[in-house]
Design a protein around this ligand. Structure first.
Ligand code: 5GP
Ligand code: ZN
Length: 111
């Protein structure tokens, strides 16, 4: 059975898409933690950093994140890019995703 983000890629589950090409999908997080909270994912299923082998897609993902930060108006004010990997980081969805967060001051260090 496809994972939840694969279902979002396949449009079996609706999402608020902010960017899409043949390799990358970006959509608004359903439970935003900041005024801008976008999830950026490879369309091809990669469960986590541990399974990541195609480093070309990383370049594509970063290119999209940089562009989205500019489009969302947070490139100057600042933003944070996060990957939660595994149990201690609280990874909830087993499909590699970057969080792009911004639009307010973000506390550091994280909890
Ligand atoms: P993780 O903790 O795995 O790094 O983050 C998973 C993120 O996916 C969470 O921020 C959560 O709010 C978001 N999320 C989970 N299910 C859905 C969904 O069905 N749609 C959208 N747009 N976001 C989701
Ligand atoms: Zn998946």
């Amino acid at each position: 059975m496809a994972c939840i983000f694969c279902k979002i890629v396949n449009k079996e589950i609706p999402s608020s898409v902010v960017y899409e090409d043949d390799k990358v999908l970006a959509f608004n997080d359903i439970a935003p933690q900041a005024p801008v909270h976008v999830l950026i994912i490879p369309k091809a299923h990669v469960a986590s950093m541990a399974e990541l082998e195609d480093m070309e897609v990383v370049r594509d993902l970063f290119s999209v994140m940089k562009r989205l930060a500019e489009e969302k108006g947070i490139a100057k004010s600042g933003y944070r890019i996060v990957i939660n990997h595994g149990k201690d980081a609280g990874q909830a969805v087993p499909h590699l995703h970057f969080h792009l967060l911004g639009g307010r001051p973000l506390t550091w260090p994280p909890g």
